[in-house]
Design a binder for this molecule. Structure first.
Ligand code: AP5
Length: 221
């Protein structure tokens, strides 16, 4: 039975890392608005240019843009065989986005099964963000200290040498990203708690331990 979940947490909490594992292990489909916006950013369009300016400063892009992107992807995603469910990664980030998601899911006859809050303290977030790099070809996520590539400069997954650091992964933009999270996104914790959907996991542990905690939530009920 497919399960649809939200991974909720501050920048660097490990949402993308765990979403990629769930895709590989459970055939789930990751819907990351950050990835979608980075794609738009590199498209060279006027919309992409405006998005780049906002993202690089660490601010949130408008609700209308991200809701439109998610709606488009929801159409395509569930077509996969043995579909294991959607992982919403970095969406919703405001109450308006949460309401829009509920409407979209209802229209498609889908339900939201769990909202997994990944708890990590700010000092660890800074270390994670400043050491992160990703594969420009397949999106695999690495870290200088906690998850280096096996061969320096080469992606373990696809062998690409196109390894990149994000423009917003610096201490200045991170301060804004954290403030945006606490001001606009953290109210969602109470919102989903009230709906009986919230499950918190300790995101500070080793990646395998965090994955096991998430699996426990998914396998419940
Ligand atoms: P987005 O791309 O969503 O970024 P984010 O939420 O800031 O989250 P990150 O991708 O930085 O972190 P993560 O939690 O995925 O951590 P990761 O697994 O990589 O958004 C970027 C921007 O796009 C926003 O600022 C905004 O401008 C815009 N945007 C996106 N969605 C939007 C929306 N809905 N509305 C409006 N605007 C939107 O891990 C981080 C590092 O830590 C990695 O190096 C990893 O290897 C390492 N790591 C992971 N887990 C562990 C562990 N357990 N132990 C040790 N290291 C670990």
């Amino acid at each position: 039975m497919p399960k649809n979940i939200i991974l909720l947490g501050p920048p660097g909490a490990g949402k993308g890392t765990q979403a990629k594992r769930l895709e590989a292990e459970r055939n789930m489909v990751q819907l990351s608005t950050g990835d979608m916006l980075r794609e738009a950013k590199s498209s060279g369009t006027e919309m992409g240019r405006r998005v780049a300016e906002i993202m690089d400063k660490g601010q949130l892009v408008t609700d209308e843009i991200v809701i439109g992107l998610i709606e488009e992807k929801l159409e395509q995603g569930a077509a996969a065989r043995d579909f294991g469910g959607f992982i919403f990664d970095g969406f919703p980030r405001t109450l308006k986005q949460a309401d829009a998601l509920e409407d979209l899911m209802a229209r498609k006859g889908q339900t939201l099964d769990a909202v997994i809050e990944m708890q990590v303290d700010d000092a660890a977030l800074v270390r994670r963000i400043t050491g992160r790099f990703t594969c420009g070809n397949c999106g695999a996520v690495y870290h200088d200290e906690t998850k280096p590539t096996r061969v320096a400069g080469t992606c373990d997954v696809c062998g690409s040498t196109d390894l990149r650091r994000r423009a917003d992964d610096n201490e200045e933009a991170l301060k804004t990203r954290l403030m945006e999270y606490y001001k606009k996104t953290s109210p969602l914790i109470g919102y989903y708690y009230a709906k009986g959907k919230l499950a918190a996991v300790d995101g500070l542990g080793e990646m395998d331990a965090v994955a096991a905690a998430i699996a426990k939530v998914l396998d419940k009920g």
